[in-house]
Design a protein around this ligand. Structure first.
Ligand code: G1P
Length: 289
């Protein structure tokens, strides 16, 4: 069996223009869903999936994201003095999420370029996770863990997370074509980034969860531009189709697009309803609307 998936790449250098003015000074990954910033939910998902190293591909104006995961002696001391045991536990659990690394993406050249910036972290034939924090997923089993299961089942194949979308939405996503349906995953035979509705090979869209073999960097390093004149990750996925292959799975869980206002609010409502402390009151508030 291939090695375990121990590292995850989080491309977070984007400007967050869809969320201005909130993102003028606060990185969009720091906007909160319930009581945690979006990035923390993504890191928790990775950590619960056995991933030990979190690699942030970011820009220099986002230091606050890394700071969020730093140990805060002052805060801990203060909470201890006030005997706020539950809060201490909460903060301590944050320190155990994993090791954090940083790489700077100096120019916004696309998702493929962002992932490529992390290439030095990987050996030849090493597989790793990619998590796009904007795609927030509420699920019993962490979504990336579900992909890792397929990676194991396929003896080290690369795996893409999928969601069925209405046909008129396909042009917002990467879309797959498949040749074989297995029990809970598909064998991918093609991918296309943001196709026109009439040209989409299916309505199975790519969600921001990937397990990728490091051979993808050979293709990404060519720097070929695709949709929107950007270096697209989707275009290089094709290079992973040879053995052990490229697979895709409709994971169990609900995905929210936290890069859009509606998706962000929807995520907050759903995470709130899922929270033992506030769910009853929140349901009452919603009923009254
Ligand atoms: C990116 C990917 C796209 C994928 C989407 C999922 O697009 O390029 O293939 O479907 O994430 O959220 P973006 O949303 O950055 O335009």
């Amino acid at each position: 069996m291939k090695h375990s998936i121990s590292k995850a790449v989080f491309p977070i250098a984007g400007l967050g223009t869809r969320f201005l003015p909130a993102t003028k000074s606060v990185p969009k990954e720091m906007l909160t869903i319930l009581d945690r910033p979006i990035i923390e939910w993504a890191v928790i998902e990775a950590s619960k999936s056995g991933i030990e190293e979190m690699i942030f591909v970011t820009s220099s104006r986002k230091n606050i994201v890394l700071e969020h995961f730093e140990k805060s002696e002052m805060l801990e001391l203060n909470l201890k003095k006030k005997k706020k045991i539950d809060k201490i536990k909460l903060i301590e659990s944050q320190n155990q999420l994993g090791k954090f690394s940083l790489v700077i993406q100096d120019e916004p050249k696309g998702l493929g370029h962002a992932v490529c910036c992390a290439s030095n972290f990987f050996n030849e034939d090493q597989s790793f996770a990619v998590i796009l924090p904007d795609d927030l997923i509420l699920s019993k089993t962490p979504a990336i863990k579900q992909l890792i299961e397929i990676y194991k089942k396929t003896n080290g194949g690369s795996v893409i997370g999928l969601e069925k979308v209405p046909v008129n939405k396909v042009s917002n996503y990467g879309v797959i074509e498949y040749k074989k349906k297995n029990k809970n995953f598909l064998t991918v035979s093609g991918v296309v980034e943001k196709p026109k509705k009439s040209e989409a090979p299916s309505n199975l869209s790519i969600v921001g969860r990937y397990i990728l073999n490091s051979k993808i960097f050979q293709s990404l390093k060519l720097g070929k531009k695709g949709f929107g004149n950007e270096i697209q990750l989707t275009d290089s996925l094709v290079s992973l189709m040879d053995s052990p292959g490229l697979y895709a799975t409709e994971f169990d869980g609900k995905r929210f697009d936290c890069g859009s206002k509606l998706g962000f609010i929807e995520a907050n409502v759903n995470f709130g309803i899922n929270d033992n402390e506030i769910n009853k009151n929140l349901r009452q508030i919603i009923k009254k609307l």
